[in-house]
Design a protein around this ligand. Structure first.
Ligand SMILES: [Zn+2]
Length: 170
């Protein structure tokens, strides 16, 4: 049993090749339901400690209309690598974003040898959205003090390389 992240950043519970999203919580229990909930009504319960999860009611037998898919879970883990790479390389200038996506994808996705795992990775547009989101997370936050502002090259140069932000005042 383990947790992986959805493309939108929600935690998903993985158990025996099935994925569950958190549905509700009651006391010390978490209630999860199958991510394929349009076609499947399977549910399970765990304790509420995400760092030390225990299955309290196994829903494995309740899945209908789809099979366990361990490779889909592997693909989630590949995406974790893509997100991490995006957060670690947030400062590529926008005009080079496309090639930068390429690099990020090549690094994380190129290492995937199983074509069945590759086939379960998100569509290209979803990939882009996820990468953008996590590049934004890797960028500096709103500073608290004016002296905290340090502008890096990608933010102070224009497309042609000339400096446009010479002085910034509030
Ligand atoms: Zn199911």
């Amino acid at each position: 049993m383990e947790l992986v992240e959805s493309n939108k950043g929600k935690q998903l519970l993985c158990f025996r090749g099935f994925q569950y999203s958190q549905h509700s919580t009651k006391g010390e229990k978490l209630y999860w339901r199958c991510v394929e909930r349009k076609v499947c009504n399977a549910r399970c319960h765990t304790n509420a400690d995400l760092n030390n999860l225990r299955m309290l009611k196994d829903g494995t037998d309740g899945h209908i209309n789809h099979e366990a898919d361990h490779r889909a879970i592997e693909a989630r883990k590949v995406m974790r690598g893509v997100k991490r790479a995006a957060e670690e390389h947030p400062n590529e200038p926008p005009q080079r974003t496309k090639s930068h996506h390429h690099q990020l994808l090549r690094t994380a996705v190129g290492a995937v040898t199983d074509p069945e795992v590759r086939a379960r990775l998100p569509e290209r547009n979803t990939m882009r959205r996820v990468i953008n989101l996590h590049q934004n997370r890797g960028r500096p936050r709103n500073p608290r003090e004016l002296q905290d502002i340090v502008l890096d090259a990608p933010y102070t140069t224009t497309r042609r390389g000339t400096r446009f932000l010479l002085f910034d005042s509030v």
